[in-house]
Design a protein around this ligand. Structure first.
Ligand SMILES: Nc1ncnc2c1ncn2[C@@H]1O[C@H](COP(=O)(O)OP(=O)(O)O)[C@@H](O)[C@H]1O
Ligand SMILES: [Mg+2]
Length: 314
């Protein structure tokens, strides 16, 4: 049998007359990080909850390693660690106590528990805090403990629902670093996010969802070249102050600039024709225009691809 780690077959979820998920078909295998990208209300959490049997689909199937999660939960979830709407850890517990409790619920044998806890807290860089009370910790630290809890039992498949949401910039970057480390250890990480920059920083592949429909799934570079342009040729430029229409037109006229699109009025993406040499020529032409250029850097193009995917369905 050629089983995928995660497979959705015609997966749908209705709440009354409202269709939260509609006929999702998705097959993901191998060890990599897949970003599950979509705006609020798109259906990300609903999908992840079905894949952990927190809710049942209205129709269709969710398979983990070929096992239907909603029929054989225990067997399917053996190889899964998940962080989805985790309840707050009781504040008077220490990190060690909280993880012991979760480890026991997960059925980790008592004699292995200490060793397992030691391993997971190292991975989330929370070893020093083992005997401190969780109630005293920052949100970012609690999130790392929740990650540690998800990693107990050494799951191959890790499902994360917006793992950095609600954290301050430092907390976000710490959680991202942990995910990047996990990627190196033969896990399949499937994480939802509404942050394009986060997905392009951490993930290898992206699945985009909106209004309960899967719009695209593939390697980020493939999705970007299909919906925007070749990755090597996408450059982000930024300016001191917002550009006027005529300034934007001047940039459009530069030899080698195929396309220019505004990100936020101060930052733009340009698609440059040709190689590095051409990019150098474009940059010097840009500088000569004296528009207050402050930055010129290559872009993943995910933002542009996303906008283009969403424009096509609108
Ligand atoms: N229990 C529920 N009852 C009714 N509607 C729900 C319920 N849970 C989610 N929804 C709706 O389903 C849609 C998808 O929600 P969700 O999966 O949480 O989106 P996301 O995680 O992408 O932000 C939203 O419109 C949400 O309001
Ligand atoms: Mg959600």
């Amino acid at each position: 049998m050629n089983n995928y780690s995660i497979e959705a077959v015609n997966l749908s979820k209705n709440y009354g007359a409202f269709s939260a998920l509609s006929n999702i078909n998705l097959k993901i295998g191998g060890s990599k990080c897949v970003g599950f990208l979509g705006p609020n209300g798109a259906g990300k959490t609903t999908t992840l909850k079905i894949f952990t049997d927190m809710i049942k689909p209205s129709s269709g199937h969710a398979f983990i390693n070929g096992v239907d999660v909603n029929h054989e939960k225990k067997r399917a979830l053996q190889s899964v660690g998940a962080l989805i709407e985790t309840p707050e850890i009781y504040p008077s517990l220490t990190e060690r106590e909280a993880l012991s409790m979760i480890g026991q619920i997960k059925g980790i044998p008592k004699e292995n528990l200490n060793e397992s806890i030691k391993r997971v807290v190292e991975k989330v860089k929370m070893s020093e805090w083992l005997d401190k009370k969780v109630g005293k910790m920052s949100k970012g630290m609690k999130q790392r403990i929740d990650m540690a809890a998800a990693l107990l039992g050494d799951p191959d498949i890790i499902l994360l629902d917006e793992p950095t949401s609600g954290l301050d910039p430092r907390g976000m970057s710490e959680v991202r670093d942990i995910i990047k480390e996990l990627k190196k250890e033969n896990h399949l990480i499937f994480m939802s996010s509404h942050l394009l920059s986060e997905v392009s920083e951490i993930c290898d592949e992206v699945a985009m969802i909106n209004h309960g429909k899967l719009l695209v799934y593939g390697r980020i570079s493939d999705v970007v070249s299909k919906f925007y342009g070749k990755k090597d040729n996408i450059v982000e430029i930024s300016f001191l102050s917002p550009l006027s229409k005529s300034s934007v037109n001047k940039i459009k006229m530069i030899n080698g600039v195929k396309k220019i699109e505004s990100i936020d009025g101060l930052r733009f993406t340009i698609l440059v024709e040709g190689d590095q040499k051409k990019q150098a020529q474009v940059l010097s032409s840009l500088v000569k225009l004296k528009l207050g250029l402050t930055g010129f850097k290559s872009s993943s193009g995910l933002e542009e691809a996303y906008l283009s995917v969403f424009k096509e369905v609108a």
